[in-house]
Write a protein that binds this ligand. Structure first.
Ligand code: PEP
Ligand code: MG
Length: 572
């Protein structure tokens, strides 16, 4: 009997494949003294042999399916299993300290990983992931349990996991991983955002039921509706194969709009930009014909590593993005760490309410060293394209003024050093705290643009944690209270003669777009995959007509009324 599990459709698409359960919490063994060191060493050697056989199988399969280059990584894994430094260190620990094989393996590999992560070389640091992977595999053999890893997958698969970290998501091999389902998370959690940049179907927040899906079971993921169908009947399977075919055909049709301008039915030109988290996202931005980058979430440059990125590393990345966009606008947001995005190496104090704590610009103003490094890298890169700098999480004017003062100081310093800086940089702020939305009129006098961050603006307005499923019902983008705040911001920008944009998920939402257009929003920044459907939709909408329709919607009192109202009037 087919079993249907519901979750949140986080990144659209349809996938049909076997399930793979991914358990990504590393096992940490207890320290225990053993009595027979020879037998323990034997167990370890046996785990090595079993791992070698397994890796060789994966290597071969990968080579056949994806080519020799993709299979190289497994040669490196085999090499590690022959590495005397690693193997002998474990065996010595077993012999000299009477440690269990599990504990010796854990101690030795954890030290190697830590050492590699400290080195200032990206290539070497990547080796840490290989050591972790091999050590996890050895550990699973010692424990007699199957090993779960995303890197060893060579068959078409749908991943089911409790959650995926941004670095797990970044490592997905899209040739074989057709989609993922997580137990926790919401549309705005970072694995969801990442999935949309990669354009891979994703369903999040599917709850405990998804944990019960057996490894290897056939599943259909309908990430247009947030449905996972386990063990479907032949009839359902045929229905979804057809649905998938139609979905994929529509995607091809939409691609034709990639070279078209973003213009409404009544001739109003808008900017449909894309959000990115890394240089890797740029291909999707260009493929989907985005008019620019409306949000570069730079915090991902700081994550998944053990030390801060240097000024030079950052400069190279910003320069690359600006050059790739060839003169189109690129809005780069300064570091937004805190909330659900942690940087363990900063060793910040634990907070009981991190989303209300020392986050984003608040942190940067207390850690000026890291803020100044980022600003210098941005200013140096500014001559390579059309750079806009944006500050996140501003609540009061003094924060904006302080950030601008530091930026100006760094600009003067660079000029004194003879380093060129563009005169055309625009400086703006995110509006994601209700205080900033309500005070948009006085902020508008001191910035070149606004970008509304609805992911946070909704959570702070509704006092509902964007990661917490129990209060997900309060996460209401079309609620009149949210729409009224958005309108206040757009109107304040209009009055001050600056442009307004939106880079929260709402900007790419097909129900929200007609209302935002009607309210006068100038720039919409969304995941790359939403740009073409948005361009298609605005091409059918009249700005003038939606100006009065949006006024009507803003007078309503529930999200449901607004939703219904837009659905009835929006063209299909
Ligand atoms: C937002 O809050 O809407 C936003 C775009 O920022 P982030 O999702 O990175 O917090
Ligand atoms: Mg935000």
């Amino acid at each position: 009997m087919a079993n249907i599990i519901s979750g949140v459709a986080a990144s659209p698409g349809i996938a049909i494949a076997k399930a793979f359960r991914y358990i990504n919490t590393p096992y940490i063994p207890q320290q225990k003294t053993i009595t027979d060191a020879i037998a323990e060493a034997g167990r370890f050697r046996q785990a090595i042999e079993q791992s070698k056989i397994e890796i060789e199988e994966i290597r071969l399969k990968t080579e056949q399916r994806l080519g020799a280059q993709k299979a190289e990584i497994f040669e490196a894994h085999l090499f590690l299993l022959e590495d005397p430094d690693l193997i002998d260190s474990v065996l010595d620990k077993v012999k000299d300290e009477q440690a269990s094989a599990e504990y010796a393996l854990y101690e030795v590999t954890a030290a190697v990983v830590e050492m590699l992560l400290e080195l200032d070389n990206e290539m070497v640091r990547e080796r840490a992931a290989d050591v972790k992977d091999v050590s996890g595999r050895l550990m699973s053999h010692l424990l007699g349990k199957p090993y779960a890893s995303l890197s060893g997958i060579s068959e078409e698969t749908i991943i089911l996991a409790e959650d995926l970290t941004p670095s797990d998501t970044a490592q997905l091999d899209l040739n074989v991983i057709l989609g993922f389902v997580t137990e926790i998370g919401s549309r705005t959690s970072h694995s969801a955002i990442m999935a949309r940049s990669l354009e891979i179907p994703a369903i999040v927040g599917a709850g405990a039921a998804s944990a019960a899906v057996a490894d290897g079971a056939l599943v259909i993921m309908d990430a247009t509706e947030g449905k996972v169908i386990v063990d479907p009947s032949e009839e359902v399977l045929a229905e979804y194969r057809e649905k998938k075919k139609q979905y994929d055909e529509r995607k091809v049709q939409l691609k034709r709009l990639a070279r078209q301008p973003s213009v409404t039915a009544d001739g109003e030109h808008l900017e449909l930009a894309a959000n990115i988290g890394s240089v890797e996202d740029l291909n999707k931005v260009l493929e989907n014909g985005a008019d620019g980058v409306g949000l570069f979430r730079t915090e991902f440059l700081y994550m998944g590593r053990s030390s801060l990125p240097t000024e030079e590393e950052q400069f190279q990345i910003y320069k690359h993005v600006l050059e790739k966009l060839g003169g189109k606008r690129v809005v780069i947001r300064t570091l937004d760490i805190g909330g659900d995005k942690e940087l363990p190496y900063l060793e910040l104090a634990k907070e009981s309410n991190p989303f209300l704590g020392l986050r984003a610009l608040r942190l940067c103003l207390t850690r000026e060293d890291l803020f100044r490094t980022q600003l210098r890298a941005l200013l140096r890169a500014s001559v390579f394209g059309k750079l806009n700098i944006m500050f996140p999480m501003i609540a009061v004017l003094s924060e904006l003024r302080e950030a601008k003062r530091i930026l100006e100081e760094e600009r003067v310093k660079l000029q004194q050093e003879g380093i060129p800086v563009s005169d055309l940089i625009e400086v703006g702020m995110m509006i994601e705290i209700p205080a900033a939305a309500i005070g948009a009129d006085y902020f508008a006098k001191e910035v070149d643009f606004f970008s509304i961050g609805t992911n946070d603006l909704i959570q702070y307005t509704m006092a509902a944690d964007r990661m917490n499923e129990s209060v997900a019902y309060l996460y209401q983008p079309y609620h009149p209270s949210i729409l009224r705040l958005v309108r206040m911001v757009i109107k304040a920008a209009e009055r001050a003669g600056i442009w307004s944009g939106m880079c929260g998920e709402m900007a790419g939402d097909q129900t929200a777009i007609p209302l935002l257009l009607g309210m006068g929003l100038n720039e919409f920044s969304m995941s790359a995959g939403s740009v073409l459907p948005a361009r298609e939709l605005i091409g059918k909408l009249s700005k003038q007509e939606w100006a009065s329709l949006s006024e009507e919607a803003l007078g309503m009192s529930t999200q449901e009324e607004v939703q219904q109202f837009v659905k009835q009037r929006r063209p299909l």
